[in-house]
Write a protein that binds this ligand. Structure first.
Ligand SMILES: Cc1cc2nc3c(=O)[nH]c(=O)nc-3n(C[C@H](O)[C@H](O)[C@H](O)COP(=O)(O)O)c2cc1C
Length: 339
């Protein structure tokens, strides 16, 4: 997919699914595309791991035709490995290569990967140039606002991205030092957007579809990216799209159909043990804000087989069809990740 087509698709659906390690796997990406999101990304994939052709690394990159446009996110500190990995991404038929310059995890930054790259603009440029030369498909980057509060440099990174021919920059509105604490700084994202000569996707704390629309409009960003919000509300993308397109398409809030669909997608690519684990995780997350959720969550992880899990899910979720949950956006939720 060339840049023009990709940007056109972003214009039509500016709600991207965030890369989330351990979550944005093949099945979840397909599911979320069906639930209305726009571009999807794999979780971060080690370019060096790929070089040594680890089977596990390869599996993270697999995607279904239904997912297009799909980006494969790479991280690493070795320029040659990143360039080779980008070539593999292109050969696999993905639509874009996304670089992870946002990961705050010590194991990654200690080696100079993830958000550590942000500390050195020369290195930023070197990586962009090397990877840009290696592949013909669109290249994007996902960054933090900076390494820490005193060195926020998204404007500079965005300028380098423009100079080096990237297609867009996604900004998670926190510094590396902030981790997941505090709030994403949308004023700063807006400031960067106002100076940028390249499309910007804003990210961070879009817990509701109304907030996603509000931030999209007020920041002027070309797109917004949603991560944790869709783990509490699987309909968040449909709602956002409805609002964005001023449509009133009916949304069927039927959890049982959601679980059926997740089971179907996971059933195509993983073992029953993994299906069980994944369904438990989603069932626990989706229960946020509903009565008796904490009791439900406590019990669910003790269930040992799919049949009893499905029955338990059915009992809990059947009465919740079309019920609106309490707002739990003020509560801490998954306060750690790779970007
Ligand atoms: C469990 C988890 C895993 C994550 N993994 C990645 C990742 O692999 N790559 C990445 O760029 N960001 C990763 N992130 C960061 C998200 O993409 C996103 O930037 C962050 O969660 C803020 O957006 P949100 O408030 O909408 O969740 C991860 C976040 C979480 C919670």
């Amino acid at each position: 997919m060339n840049q023009e087509v990709l940007l056109n698709l972003l214009q039509q659906n500016p709600f991207a699914l965030a890369p989330m390690a351990g979550i944005s796997d093949r099945a979840f990406r397909t599911f979320m595309r069906q639930m209305g999101c726009g571009v999807v990304f794999t979780e971060l994939v080690s370019a060096t791991g790929l070089k040594f052709s680890s089977e596990k690394t390869r599996r993270l990159m697999e995607f279904d035709p239904l997912q297009h446009p799909v980006g494969i996110q790479l991280f690493g500190e070795d320029l040659d490995h990143l360039a080779e990995a980008a070539k593999i991404v292109e050969q696999m038929g993905a639509d874009l290569v996304d670089l992870n310059f946002g990961c705050p995890v010590p194991k990654v930054v200690k080696k100079g990967g993830g958000s550590a790259v942000l500390k050195d603009l020369t290195q930023v440029q070197k990586v962009f140039r090397k990877v840009r030369k290696a592949t013909a498909i669109p290249l994007t980057v996902k960054i933090r606002t900076g390494w820490d509060e005193s060195s926020r440099n998204s404007k500079e990174v965005t300028q380098v991205a423009y100079d080096e021919g990237l297609t867009w920059v996604t900004i998670h509105g926190r510094t590396r030092a902030a981790g997941y604490s505090g709030s994403a700084d949308w004023d700063y994202i807006t400031e960067v957007k106002n100076n940028a000569r390249i499309p910007i996707i804003g990210n961070g704390d879009l817990t509701t579809s109304s907030l996603a629309i509000k931030r999209l409009t007020s920041s002027g960003c070309e797109g917004v990216m949603i991560g944790r919000g869709c783990l509490k509300n699987p309909w968040i993308f449909q709602e956002a799209k409805n609002k964005f397109l001023h449509q009133n398409l009916p949304i069927e809030r039927d959890f049982l159909k959601v679980f059926e669909s997740l089971e179907e997608h996971y059933g195509k690519c993983v073992s029953e043990k993994i299906i069980l684990l994944q369904l438990k995780k989603f069932a626990a997350w989706f229960s946020s804000g509903y009565p008796e959720a904490s009791n439900f969550r406590k019990k669910i992880f003790n269930l040992q087989d799919l049949t009893s899990l499905k029955l338990f899910i059915k009992e809990f979720y059947t009465p919740l069809k079309d019920q609106v949950p309490l707002d739990t956006s003020g509560e801490s939720f998954l306060m750690g990740g790779h970007g």
